[in-house]
Design a protein around this ligand. Structure first.
Ligand SMILES: Nc1nc2c(c(=O)[nH]1)N[C@H]1C(S)=C(S)[C@@H](COP(=O)(O)O)O[C@H]1N2
Ligand SMILES: [Mo]
Length: 176
């Protein structure tokens, strides 16, 4: 191999590596299904169609630095109810130590206390959105994204949401 072809081969390898590396992150596509699990009476896997068939709420909200958009989504609370989680008068005692983890495809995850989502406790809205300005979300943002319209930072607006888990904060450890 000549010096030139070695150089070309090296650069080729570098470029291939860069392309596959860049591609791997850009192409991390979230599946169009949503798993609801953890400590729920009925674990579920909902398809895009299942979600489309559920009642949607429409909100106008602003992702930082971007123009306001109209997002349509299913309240997280409705998804939890579908998995058998109860709210209102039944949300008391040890269940006040339960929380929801929303998982994204890149490992990003955000939490909400179950009580924080209950309309008997607060007016907070947390939506699993599948439409933005009337169209499906882009692959980088969706197909599903969390939108929490009242928050000052969109840090809990998890993109590419793949799952929802209900967990319980453990009691404090016994002192030895
Ligand atoms: N899956 C995933 N969602 C995410 C993040 C992330 O790293 N991964 N970053 C969050 C943070 S910190 C912010 S500020 C917003 C940024 O949203 P944008 O990319 O639409 O501007 O997304 C949130 N959602
Ligand atoms: Mo952020």
């Amino acid at each position: 191999m000549s010096v030139t072809s070695v150089r070309v081969a090296r650069w080729g390898a570098v470029l291939c590596f860069a392309a596959s590396f860049g591609g791997a992150t850009a192409r991390a596509q979230a599946p169009a299904t949503l798993r609801i699990g953890g400590d729920v009476p009925r674990p579920l896997e909902l398809s895009e169609r299942d979600l489309r068939a559920m009642s949607h709420v429409s909100v106008r909200a602003t992702d930082h630095g971007k123009a306001p958009a109209v997002y349509e989504g299913v309240p997280l609370v409705a998804l939890l109810e579908r998995a058998g989680v109860t709210f209102g008068a039944q949300l008391r005692g040890p269940r006040l130590a339960t929380y929801v983890v929303v998982d994204a495809v890149d490992g990003y995850r955000v939490t909400f206390a179950v009580a924080e989502l209950d309309s008997a406790f607060s007016g907070k809205q947390v939506l699993v959105v599948d439409r933005k300005d009337g169209a499906p979300l882009s692959a980088e943002e969706g197909p599903l994204r969390l939108v929490v319209p009242d928050e000052k930072r969109p840090a809990r607006w998890a993109r590419q949401v793949v799952g929802v888990r209900v967990l319980s904060a453990p009691p404090p450890q016994e002192r030895p």
